[in-house]
Design a protein around this ligand. Structure first.
Ligand code: ADP
Length: 453
């Protein structure tokens, strides 16, 4: 303000001075006064022009720099420019925060959709686009009810009771490949809603598998338990002949054995699932493994059929496999025991370990049993899947043997393959990758003890 007054006074004084200097002697004071007034007018016009320049600068968006010097207009320009710069910086900062926030939502493994108070789509991430089939260019600001037509979802949105979530089929769901999406809406702000979606197909499948597994185990245990309880009651209530009593006790022992095998296989599976992967530095002697399996095979064949199988073991001396001896023994003995249990007496069963020229190797168990129809083969490694239920049970099968073999194979980076011709026989092969196989130098084999898992 002081600067303003000073410039006004200076302007008047200069003009008055100039008037005084050029005026005739008699008119000096009148001319000086008139010139002072003219000076004031000039100052006023120049001041208005500076004000107008500031106004035009603001109207044009304050994009360029302006020079208004000192004084009121200069200070007003400086202050306005500083305020605009601060505002711009804050806008840039909040824009970048919003970008970061949206990028975080974009990275979310869940689908995120923001809806306005009228349930129109304001924003969604890529996962939501996949779950619901949205298109970022086409579907923004569309009513979600027009795009997601599932009746359950429409009713959920209309009821506005968002305490629980709902499950609906995913966009690409079909009968052969069902996809399940869980959707939960959370209200926020003034009538706005946040919609979260999650693909729960795998969770649902795991839950269904868990339910089936519990039902299967209960069923498998209940059957021998019922038989056992029946025999116990018979022995308690009836006075039986010694011969008959012995027969009942033998049957009871068979059922108890069945439950024992089942529990033992379940424990094996749970150990396989819970333990760390077998080392690639512990080398197991294949020869030792096969000798142990051969002894067991002869014992089992003796028990089941009076040793009438033609058992042939073809070894590969000096070969070693990297992994767990107990797990490998468990897998191989399961394959051999299946071959013995399913192959009629008198037929041949061959067990071979062969080293391939490429460095990989395979255990093969070939039998001349009943074979397996093609449609059963993909399901054989499922827990409790049996082709012939009564045959499996009669020979002490648990339905878990091939599941164990598959698990052990996977843990060793190996692959289980099954070939079979109904009426002719089956070939079960566990193929090991080259890095798990070595031909030991004579004498360098670390003898490993084989015990059941
Ligand atoms: P199980 O204890 O019933 O033998 P597995 O998991 O070992 O269970 O085998 C699953 C099913 O595969 C068996 O019930 C049987 O029907 C079939 N199977 C397995 N090995 C043979 C084989 N060598 N010959 C014919 N069928 C077999």
């Amino acid at each position: 303000m002081l600067w303003r007054l000073t410039t006004l006074v200076l302007c008047q004084a200069c003009a008055a001075g100039l008037g005084w200097f050029v005026a005739q002697d008699g008119d000096k004071s009148i001319v000086a006064l008139s010139c002072a007034l003219a000076g004031s007018l000039l100052w006023f016009v120049m001041d208005c022009m500076r004000g107008l320049r500031l106004l035009r600068w603001l109207r044009e968006g304050a994009a360029t720099d302006l020079s208004l010097g000192n004084g009121l207009w200069g200070e007003a320009y400086d202050r306005v420019r500083r305020m605009l710069r601060n505002g711009h910086r804050l806008t840039v900062e909040s824009d970048s925060r919003l970008e970061d926030f949206l990028a975080a939502l974009q990275a979310s493994p869940n689908g995120v959709v923001l809806l306005d108070s009228d349930t129109r789509i304001e924003w969604f991430n890529q996962t939501a686009a996949e779950h619901f089939g949205f298109d970022a260019r086409r579907d923004m600001l569309q009513h979600i009810g027009n795009l997601v037509r599932d009746p359950g979802f429409v009713a959920y949105l209309a009821a506005r009771n968002f305490l629980h979530d709902i499950t609906m089929p995913g966009r690409e769901s079909n009968a052969s490949k069902p996809v399940k999406i869980s959707v939960h809406v959370h209200p926020y702000g003034e009538g706005r809603v946040l919609l979260l979606s999650r693909d729960i197909t795998a969770v649902e499948q795991a839950e269904a598998m868990r339910r089936d597994f519990v039902a299967n185990v209960s069923h498998e245990i209940r059957t021998p338990l019922t038989v056992l309880a029946g025999f116990v009651e018979t022995l308690q209530t009836l006075s039986l002949e010694e011969q008959e009593r012995q027969r009942y006790l033998a049957l009871m022992s068979q059922q108890a054995q069945r439950m024992q095998s089942l529990v033992s296989d379940l424990l094996t599976l749970s150990r396989l699932e819970g333990s760390p992967l077998p080392s690639t530095h512990d080398w197991v002697s294949v020869d030792l493994l096969m000798r142990q399996c051969e002894q067991d095979a002869q014992g089992l064949s003796q028990i089941l059929s009076g040793q009438l199988h033609d058992l042939v073991f073809k070894r590969a001396p000096g070969c070693e496999i990297a992994g767990s001896s107990t797990e490998l023994y468990s897998a191989l003995s399961n394959l051999i025991s299946n071959a013995i249990r399913y192959t009629p007496v008198g037929r041949r069963i061959e067990v071979e370990f062969s080293l391939r020229p490429e460095g990989n190797a395979a255990f093969q168990v070939r039998d001349q049993g009943p074979g397996i129809a093609l449609e059963h083969i993909p399901r054989l490694t499922e827990r409790f899947y049996r082709v012939d239920r009564s045959r499996s049970r009669d020979t002490g099968g648990t339905g878990l043997g091939l599941a164990i073999v598959k698990h052990v194979s996977q843990r060793h980076g190996a692959e289980l393959s099954i070939e079979s011709v109904p009426g002719k026989g089956s070939i079960f092969t566990i193929g090991f990758p080259a890095h798990r196989v070595r031909q030991a130098l004579v004498g360098s084999t670390v003898e490993s003890t084989v015990s059941s898992v």
